[in-house]
Design a protein around this ligand. Structure first.
Ligand code: NAI
Ligand code: MG
Length: 339
Protein backbone atom coordinates (compact mmCIF):
# COMPACT_ATOMS: atom_id res chain seq x y z
CA UNK A 1 0.00 0.00 0.00
CA UNK A 2 1.43 3.34 -1.08
CA UNK A 3 0.44 6.75 0.24
CA UNK A 4 0.66 9.49 -2.36
CA UNK A 5 -0.32 13.15 -2.34
CA UNK A 6 -2.96 13.86 -4.99
CA UNK A 7 -3.47 17.38 -6.39
CA UNK A 8 -6.42 17.44 -8.83
CA UNK A 9 -5.34 20.82 -10.25
CA UNK A 10 -7.20 23.45 -12.25
CA UNK A 11 -9.19 23.55 -15.50
CA UNK A 12 -9.18 20.09 -17.08
CA UNK A 13 -7.04 18.85 -14.15
CA UNK A 14 -9.70 17.19 -11.97
CA UNK A 15 -11.20 15.25 -14.90
CA UNK A 16 -7.91 13.85 -16.22
CA UNK A 17 -6.55 13.15 -12.72
CA UNK A 18 -9.73 11.27 -11.92
CA UNK A 19 -9.30 9.26 -15.14
CA UNK A 20 -5.70 8.41 -14.25
CA UNK A 21 -6.64 7.37 -10.70
CA UNK A 22 -9.23 4.95 -12.11
CA UNK A 23 -6.74 3.50 -14.59
CA UNK A 24 -4.15 2.99 -11.85
CA UNK A 25 -6.78 1.29 -9.69
CA UNK A 26 -7.55 -1.07 -12.59
CA UNK A 27 -3.98 -2.44 -12.41
CA UNK A 28 -4.61 -3.62 -8.87
CA UNK A 29 -1.83 -1.53 -7.32
CA UNK A 30 -3.17 -0.27 -3.99
CA UNK A 31 -2.71 3.42 -3.34
CA UNK A 32 -4.08 5.64 -0.59
CA UNK A 33 -4.53 9.07 -2.13
CA UNK A 34 -3.95 12.01 0.16
CA UNK A 35 -6.01 14.73 -1.59
CA UNK A 36 -4.61 18.27 -1.35
CA UNK A 37 -5.23 21.62 -2.99
CA UNK A 38 -2.91 23.89 -4.96
CA UNK A 39 -3.19 26.61 -7.62
CA UNK A 40 -6.45 28.40 -8.41
CA UNK A 41 -8.43 25.70 -6.62
CA UNK A 42 -6.57 26.56 -3.41
CA UNK A 43 -6.95 30.30 -3.97
CA UNK A 44 -10.70 29.80 -4.33
CA UNK A 45 -10.66 27.89 -1.04
CA UNK A 46 -8.96 30.46 1.11
CA UNK A 47 -6.19 32.40 -0.52
CA UNK A 48 -2.85 30.64 -0.59
CA UNK A 49 -2.04 28.95 -3.94
CA UNK A 50 0.28 26.54 -2.14
CA UNK A 51 -1.16 25.84 1.34
CA UNK A 52 1.09 24.58 4.14
CA UNK A 53 -1.00 21.38 4.41
CA UNK A 54 -0.17 20.55 0.79
CA UNK A 55 3.55 21.12 1.32
CA UNK A 56 3.44 19.07 4.52
CA UNK A 57 1.64 16.23 2.77
CA UNK A 58 4.26 16.05 0.00
CA UNK A 59 7.05 16.30 2.57
CA UNK A 60 5.62 13.29 4.42
CA UNK A 61 4.60 11.14 1.45
CA UNK A 62 7.57 12.12 -0.74
CA UNK A 63 5.47 11.33 -3.78
CA UNK A 64 2.88 13.51 -5.50
CA UNK A 65 0.56 12.99 -8.47
CA UNK A 66 -0.41 16.41 -9.73
CA UNK A 67 -2.89 17.82 -12.23
CA UNK A 68 -1.98 20.98 -14.15
CA UNK A 69 -2.17 24.25 -12.23
CA UNK A 70 -3.17 27.60 -13.68
CA UNK A 71 -0.48 30.26 -13.36
CA UNK A 72 -1.53 33.88 -13.88
CA UNK A 73 0.52 35.49 -16.68
CA UNK A 74 2.49 38.66 -15.92
CA UNK A 75 1.33 39.64 -12.43
CA UNK A 76 -0.45 37.52 -9.80
CA UNK A 77 1.13 34.78 -7.71
CA UNK A 78 4.38 33.05 -8.47
CA UNK A 79 4.15 29.75 -10.35
CA UNK A 80 3.27 26.99 -7.87
CA UNK A 81 5.11 24.53 -10.12
CA UNK A 82 8.31 26.51 -9.87
CA UNK A 83 7.88 26.87 -6.09
CA UNK A 84 7.34 23.11 -5.71
CA UNK A 85 10.46 22.39 -7.75
CA UNK A 86 12.52 24.57 -5.47
CA UNK A 87 10.86 23.45 -2.20
CA UNK A 88 11.58 19.77 -2.86
CA UNK A 89 14.73 20.18 -4.86
CA UNK A 90 13.11 18.56 -7.89
CA UNK A 91 16.23 18.91 -9.98
CA UNK A 92 15.39 16.55 -12.84
CA UNK A 93 12.47 17.07 -15.17
CA UNK A 94 12.20 13.93 -17.24
CA UNK A 95 9.95 13.78 -20.28
CA UNK A 96 9.77 10.86 -22.69
CA UNK A 97 8.55 11.42 -26.26
CA UNK A 98 7.82 8.13 -27.98
CA UNK A 99 5.79 7.95 -31.21
CA UNK A 100 2.29 6.50 -31.01
CA UNK A 101 0.98 4.32 -33.79
CA UNK A 102 -2.30 5.74 -35.00
CA UNK A 103 -1.50 9.43 -34.52
CA UNK A 104 -1.34 11.84 -37.43
CA UNK A 105 2.30 12.90 -37.19
CA UNK A 106 5.07 13.29 -39.78
CA UNK A 107 7.50 11.04 -37.94
CA UNK A 108 6.69 7.54 -36.77
CA UNK A 109 9.97 6.58 -35.12
CA UNK A 110 10.62 9.16 -32.41
CA UNK A 111 11.94 7.71 -29.17
CA UNK A 112 13.69 10.28 -27.11
CA UNK A 113 13.97 11.33 -23.50
CA UNK A 114 14.50 14.92 -22.46
CA UNK A 115 16.27 15.41 -19.14
CA UNK A 116 15.91 19.04 -18.14
CA UNK A 117 17.69 20.76 -15.25
CA UNK A 118 14.78 21.97 -13.19
CA UNK A 119 16.04 24.32 -10.48
CA UNK A 120 18.61 26.71 -11.96
CA UNK A 121 19.34 28.65 -15.14
CA UNK A 122 17.13 31.60 -16.05
CA UNK A 123 14.36 29.98 -13.98
CA UNK A 124 16.18 30.97 -10.81
CA UNK A 125 13.83 33.95 -11.13
CA UNK A 126 16.41 36.52 -10.13
CA UNK A 127 15.19 39.44 -12.18
CA UNK A 128 14.25 43.06 -11.78
CA UNK A 129 13.32 46.22 -13.62
CA UNK A 130 15.54 49.26 -13.78
CA UNK A 131 13.38 52.33 -13.41
CA UNK A 132 14.14 55.97 -14.04
CA UNK A 133 11.50 58.47 -12.92
CA UNK A 134 8.98 55.66 -12.56
CA UNK A 135 9.54 54.42 -16.12
CA UNK A 136 10.83 50.91 -16.76
CA UNK A 137 13.84 51.50 -18.97
CA UNK A 138 15.24 48.00 -18.74
CA UNK A 139 14.77 44.55 -17.26
CA UNK A 140 17.57 42.29 -16.12
CA UNK A 141 17.63 38.59 -15.37
CA UNK A 142 20.37 36.41 -13.96
CA UNK A 143 20.95 32.82 -15.05
CA UNK A 144 22.54 30.59 -12.42
CA UNK A 145 24.47 27.48 -13.44
CA UNK A 146 26.32 25.71 -10.64
CA UNK A 147 28.83 22.87 -10.84
CA UNK A 148 26.81 20.85 -8.34
CA UNK A 149 23.54 21.40 -10.20
CA UNK A 150 25.08 20.60 -13.57
CA UNK A 151 26.89 17.49 -12.35
CA UNK A 152 23.80 15.96 -10.79
CA UNK A 153 21.53 16.50 -13.81
CA UNK A 154 24.12 15.31 -16.33
CA UNK A 155 24.89 12.29 -14.18
CA UNK A 156 21.16 11.62 -13.85
CA UNK A 157 20.92 11.58 -17.68
CA UNK A 158 23.82 9.14 -18.04
CA UNK A 159 22.57 6.88 -15.23
CA UNK A 160 19.13 6.84 -16.83
CA UNK A 161 20.69 6.05 -20.24
CA UNK A 162 22.63 3.18 -18.71
CA UNK A 163 19.60 1.75 -16.90
CA UNK A 164 17.27 2.12 -19.90
CA UNK A 165 19.98 0.76 -22.22
CA UNK A 166 19.94 3.83 -24.35
CA UNK A 167 22.87 4.50 -26.65
CA UNK A 168 23.51 8.22 -26.77
CA UNK A 169 23.35 11.35 -24.64
CA UNK A 170 23.21 14.72 -26.42
CA UNK A 171 23.97 17.80 -24.34
CA UNK A 172 22.19 20.92 -25.63
CA UNK A 173 23.63 24.38 -24.93
CA UNK A 174 24.45 27.79 -26.34
CA UNK A 175 28.08 27.86 -25.30
CA UNK A 176 29.16 29.81 -28.38
CA UNK A 177 27.36 32.88 -27.01
CA UNK A 178 26.72 32.14 -23.32
CA UNK A 179 30.32 31.21 -22.67
CA UNK A 180 30.01 31.11 -18.87
CA UNK A 181 26.63 29.55 -18.08
CA UNK A 182 26.32 27.24 -21.09
CA UNK A 183 30.11 26.91 -21.25
CA UNK A 184 30.37 25.49 -17.73
CA UNK A 185 27.48 23.10 -18.35
CA UNK A 186 29.17 21.78 -21.51
CA UNK A 187 32.59 21.47 -19.86
CA UNK A 188 31.10 19.42 -17.01
CA UNK A 189 29.17 17.28 -19.51
CA UNK A 190 32.36 16.42 -21.39
CA UNK A 191 34.06 15.40 -18.13
CA UNK A 192 31.21 13.20 -16.93
CA UNK A 193 30.80 11.57 -20.36
CA UNK A 194 34.24 9.98 -19.91
CA UNK A 195 32.86 7.98 -16.97
CA UNK A 196 30.37 6.32 -19.34
CA UNK A 197 32.46 4.99 -22.23
CA UNK A 198 29.68 2.64 -23.39
CA UNK A 199 27.33 5.57 -24.03
CA UNK A 200 27.95 7.82 -27.01
CA UNK A 201 28.11 11.53 -26.14
CA UNK A 202 27.68 14.54 -28.36
CA UNK A 203 26.56 18.14 -28.00
CA UNK A 204 24.39 20.52 -30.02
CA UNK A 205 23.83 24.24 -30.00
CA UNK A 206 20.19 24.75 -29.11
CA UNK A 207 19.03 26.49 -32.29
CA UNK A 208 20.66 23.93 -34.58
CA UNK A 209 19.24 21.24 -32.32
CA UNK A 210 15.70 22.55 -32.92
CA UNK A 211 16.17 22.29 -36.66
CA UNK A 212 17.59 18.77 -36.44
CA UNK A 213 14.80 17.69 -34.10
CA UNK A 214 12.15 18.62 -36.64
CA UNK A 215 14.11 17.13 -39.56
CA UNK A 216 15.69 14.00 -38.11
CA UNK A 217 14.19 13.33 -34.67
CA UNK A 218 15.18 9.67 -34.86
CA UNK A 219 18.84 10.70 -34.54
CA UNK A 220 18.24 11.75 -30.90
CA UNK A 221 18.15 9.41 -27.93
CA UNK A 222 18.64 11.15 -24.55
CA UNK A 223 18.86 14.95 -24.43
CA UNK A 224 20.23 16.69 -21.34
CA UNK A 225 20.05 20.46 -21.07
CA UNK A 226 19.59 23.51 -18.87
CA UNK A 227 16.23 24.70 -17.61
CA UNK A 228 14.90 27.08 -20.27
CA UNK A 229 16.20 25.09 -23.25
CA UNK A 230 14.72 21.95 -21.71
CA UNK A 231 11.36 23.62 -21.28
CA UNK A 232 11.26 24.55 -24.96
CA UNK A 233 12.78 21.37 -26.38
CA UNK A 234 10.52 19.05 -24.42
CA UNK A 235 7.43 20.82 -25.79
CA UNK A 236 8.93 20.54 -29.26
CA UNK A 237 9.46 16.82 -28.66
CA UNK A 238 5.85 16.51 -27.45
CA UNK A 239 4.72 18.09 -30.72
CA UNK A 240 6.71 15.53 -32.71
CA UNK A 241 4.70 12.67 -31.25
CA UNK A 242 1.26 14.23 -31.55
CA UNK A 243 0.96 16.96 -29.01
CA UNK A 244 0.83 17.92 -25.39
CA UNK A 245 -2.18 15.71 -24.70
CA UNK A 246 0.07 12.65 -25.00
CA UNK A 247 3.18 13.61 -23.06
CA UNK A 248 3.92 12.91 -19.41
CA UNK A 249 6.68 14.16 -17.20
CA UNK A 250 8.32 13.48 -13.87
CA UNK A 251 10.00 15.92 -11.52
CA UNK A 252 12.54 13.93 -9.58
CA UNK A 253 14.32 15.37 -6.59
CA UNK A 254 16.29 14.61 -3.50
CA UNK A 255 13.31 15.18 -1.18
CA UNK A 256 10.30 14.10 -3.30
CA UNK A 257 9.11 13.22 -6.78
CA UNK A 258 6.13 14.75 -8.58
CA UNK A 259 4.48 13.20 -11.61
CA UNK A 260 2.34 15.22 -14.00
CA UNK A 261 1.23 15.81 -17.59
CA UNK A 262 3.41 18.15 -19.61
CA UNK A 263 0.44 20.27 -20.70
CA UNK A 264 -1.36 22.95 -18.71
CA UNK A 265 -4.90 23.37 -17.41
CA UNK A 266 -6.33 24.00 -20.93
CA UNK A 267 -8.92 26.60 -19.88
CA UNK A 268 -10.19 26.74 -23.49
CA UNK A 269 -11.64 23.21 -23.24
CA UNK A 270 -12.23 22.90 -19.47
CA UNK A 271 -15.65 21.61 -18.49
CA UNK A 272 -16.43 20.17 -21.93
CA UNK A 273 -15.52 16.58 -21.10
CA UNK A 274 -13.20 16.31 -24.12
CA UNK A 275 -9.74 16.63 -22.53
CA UNK A 276 -7.36 13.84 -23.48
CA UNK A 277 -6.35 12.07 -20.24
CA UNK A 278 -3.49 10.16 -21.92
CA UNK A 279 -0.64 12.35 -20.66
CA UNK A 280 -1.93 12.16 -17.09
CA UNK A 281 -2.46 8.40 -17.35
CA UNK A 282 1.08 7.94 -18.70
CA UNK A 283 2.35 10.10 -15.83
CA UNK A 284 0.68 7.53 -13.59
CA UNK A 285 2.57 4.78 -15.42
CA UNK A 286 5.85 6.64 -14.90
CA UNK A 287 5.04 6.92 -11.20
CA UNK A 288 4.35 3.18 -10.94
CA UNK A 289 7.65 2.49 -12.70
CA UNK A 290 9.35 4.78 -10.17
CA UNK A 291 7.73 2.74 -7.37
CA UNK A 292 9.10 -0.45 -8.89
CA UNK A 293 5.64 -1.55 -10.11
CA UNK A 294 6.97 -2.17 -13.61
CA UNK A 295 4.38 -4.75 -14.63
CA UNK A 296 1.48 -2.40 -13.84
CA UNK A 297 3.27 0.48 -15.57
CA UNK A 298 3.79 -1.55 -18.73
CA UNK A 299 0.19 -2.73 -18.70
CA UNK A 300 -1.03 0.88 -18.64
CA UNK A 301 1.32 2.02 -21.37
CA UNK A 302 0.35 -0.91 -23.60
CA UNK A 303 -3.37 -0.32 -23.04
CA UNK A 304 -3.00 3.36 -23.93
CA UNK A 305 -1.00 2.52 -27.05
CA UNK A 306 -3.54 -0.09 -28.15
CA UNK A 307 -6.50 2.28 -27.75
CA UNK A 308 -4.75 5.06 -29.68
CA UNK A 309 -3.57 2.68 -32.43
CA UNK A 310 -7.09 1.32 -32.90
CA UNK A 311 -8.32 4.93 -33.05
CA UNK A 312 -11.95 4.08 -32.38
CA UNK A 313 -12.40 5.65 -28.96
CA UNK A 314 -10.10 8.69 -28.89
CA UNK A 315 -10.60 12.33 -27.93
CA UNK A 316 -11.05 15.10 -30.56
CA UNK A 317 -7.45 16.33 -30.23
CA UNK A 318 -6.42 12.97 -31.77
CA UNK A 319 -9.26 12.58 -34.26
CA UNK A 320 -11.12 15.60 -35.52
CA UNK A 321 -14.87 15.54 -34.83
CA UNK A 322 -14.56 12.44 -32.68
CA UNK A 323 -17.69 12.11 -30.55
CA UNK A 324 -15.66 10.54 -27.72
CA UNK A 325 -14.52 12.33 -24.62
CA UNK A 326 -12.42 11.86 -21.50
CA UNK A 327 -14.74 9.23 -19.99
CA UNK A 328 -14.93 7.11 -23.14
CA UNK A 329 -11.20 6.83 -23.74
CA UNK A 330 -10.63 6.16 -20.03
CA UNK A 331 -13.14 3.31 -20.07
CA UNK A 332 -11.56 1.90 -23.24
CA UNK A 333 -8.14 1.91 -21.58
CA UNK A 334 -9.49 0.28 -18.42
CA UNK A 335 -11.21 -2.41 -20.53
CA UNK A 336 -7.84 -3.24 -22.19
CA UNK A 337 -6.11 -3.47 -18.81
CA UNK A 338 -8.78 -5.80 -17.47
CA UNK A 339 -8.99 -7.90 -20.65
P1 NAI B 1 -2.15 24.27 -22.15
O1 NAI B 1 -1.20 23.12 -22.22
O2 NAI B 1 -3.09 24.30 -21.03
O3 NAI B 1 -2.99 24.32 -23.53
C1 NAI B 1 -2.40 24.49 -24.81
C2 NAI B 1 -3.34 23.95 -25.89
O4 NAI B 1 -3.34 22.51 -25.83
C3 NAI B 1 -4.79 24.36 -25.67
O5 NAI B 1 -5.39 24.58 -26.92
C4 NAI B 1 -5.41 23.16 -24.97
O6 NAI B 1 -6.79 23.03 -25.22
C5 NAI B 1 -4.63 22.01 -25.57
N1 NAI B 1 -4.51 20.90 -24.60
C6 NAI B 1 -3.70 20.87 -23.50
N2 NAI B 1 -3.87 19.73 -22.83
C7 NAI B 1 -4.81 19.03 -23.51
C8 NAI B 1 -5.42 17.75 -23.29
N3 NAI B 1 -5.10 16.97 -22.25
N4 NAI B 1 -6.36 17.34 -24.18
C9 NAI B 1 -6.69 18.09 -25.23
N5 NAI B 1 -6.14 19.30 -25.49
C10 NAI B 1 -5.20 19.77 -24.62
O7 NAI B 1 -1.25 25.58 -22.18
P2 NAI B 1 -1.67 27.10 -21.91
O8 NAI B 1 -2.99 27.39 -22.51
O9 NAI B 1 -0.48 27.87 -22.34
O10 NAI B 1 -1.77 27.23 -20.35
C11 NAI B 1 -2.98 27.20 -19.59
C12 NAI B 1 -2.64 27.29 -18.12
O11 NAI B 1 -1.91 26.13 -17.70
C13 NAI B 1 -1.74 28.48 -17.77
O12 NAI B 1 -2.22 29.05 -16.58
C14 NAI B 1 -0.37 27.84 -17.57
O13 NAI B 1 0.42 28.58 -16.70
C15 NAI B 1 -0.74 26.51 -17.01
N6 NAI B 1 0.28 25.47 -17.19
C16 NAI B 1 0.47 24.59 -16.17
C17 NAI B 1 1.36 23.55 -16.28
C18 NAI B 1 1.51 22.62 -15.12
O14 NAI B 1 0.83 22.74 -14.13
N7 NAI B 1 2.41 21.67 -15.21
C19 NAI B 1 2.14 23.34 -17.51
C20 NAI B 1 1.83 24.29 -18.55
C21 NAI B 1 0.94 25.31 -18.39
MG1 MG C 1 6.72 24.29 -20.25
Amino acid sequence: MYRITLIPGDGIGPSIVDAAVQVIAATGVQITWDRQLAGMAAVDHGGNPLPDETLESIRTNRLCFKGPLTTPVGGGYRSVNVTLRQAFNLYANVRPAVSFEGTDTIFKNVNLMTVRENTEGLYAGIEHFIQVDGEKIAAESMAIVTRKGSERIIRYAFEYARKAQRKKVTLVHKANILKCTSGLFLEIGRDIAREYPEIEFDDRIVDACCMQLVMKPESFDVIVTTNLFGDILSDLAAGLIGGLGLTAGANIGTDAAIFEAVHGSAPDIAGQGIANPTAMILAGAMMLEHLGESAAAKKIEQAVRDVIREGKVVTPDLKKDSPHGTRDITEAIIAKIKA
